[in-house]
Design a protein around this ligand. Structure first.
Ligand SMILES: Cc1ncc(CN)c(N)n1
Length: 228
């Protein structure tokens, strides 16, 4: 298993996921951001959908506060809600404003089915299951963009028009929040499943949630590439 700056639990889930993880983090949409060939219309379609996605992800992380068992878990979940609604979404608002799309339009955007499926899958995991079900479903979103941001910050074409997007996920602020989240997930797993979590009867279903959320990330990029 290859270690990760986002912790041991994520490294186990990523190894258990296999090909879908590569399909997600090296998707044609991502490569288009990297070399600058992604059509602007696809990017804007994705960004509008992603604004709505982040609204629902902030709701799901808020559910994390409700399902937490320790104050530290509550703090990390609340901090992630703050990072989503007050920092990450600023990219979407600023980029869309420059294209003449107002924030009210973003908030009212009709959700693509891929967006609905993904966000409601995660919410259902948290409502039906416990804190770990929710974290396993949220992890691909967090750490996938973390890995993509780091890779693209190092390898993107200097002339790509998507530098703001790359900086948002590659910069120290996003990376720092994700490392904190990864550490919290390691502690949450250790607290509930003990030192050898893969031996727990719960592990296969948690792995299943991680893998399903990863496949939903692939579908989200597909939706972005297809455009409106
Ligand atoms: C679909 C999706 N997945 C993940 C992220 C990173 N928070 C995002 N903005 N959008």
């Amino acid at each position: 298993m290859t270690r990760s700056v986002y912790g041991d639990t994520f490294a186990l889930w990523r190894a258990g996921c296999g090909q879908p993880w590569h399909d997600y983090t090296h998707h044609a949409f991502v490569e288009g951001l990297r070399d600058g060939t992604l059509p602007r219309a696809s990017f804007l379609h994705y960004l509008v959908q992603d604004y709505v996605f982040l609204v629902h992800f902030a709701r799901a992380w808020s559910l994390g506060v409700v399902k937490a068992e320790t104050l530290d878990e509550m703090k990390v979940c609340a901090g992630t809600v703050d990072a989503l609604v007050n920092h990450e979404m600023a990219l979407h608002v600023k980029t869309c404003a420059a294209e003449g799309i107002e924030e009210a339009t973003l908030f009212a955007a009709v959700e693509a089915f891929e967006n609905l499926a993904y966000t409601r899958y995660v919410m259902d995991a948290g409502l039906q299951g416990d804190f770990l079900d929710l974290m396993a479903s949220l992890a691909p979103c967090c750490f996938g963009y973390g890995e993509i941001g780091t890779r693209l910050a190092q390898s993107a074409a200097s002339e790509t028009p998507y530098r703001d997007w790359i900086d948002t996920y590659g910069d120290a602020e996003y990376q720092g929040v994700m490392q904190t989240v990864g550490q919290m997930m390691d502690e949450a797993i250790g607290r509930r499943l003990g030192p050898d979590p893969t031996a727990s009867a719960r592990w296969p279903s948690l792995q299943g949630r991680f893998t399903t959320a990863t496949r939903l990330e692939v579908a989200f990029w597909d939706m972005g590439l297809r455009g409106a």
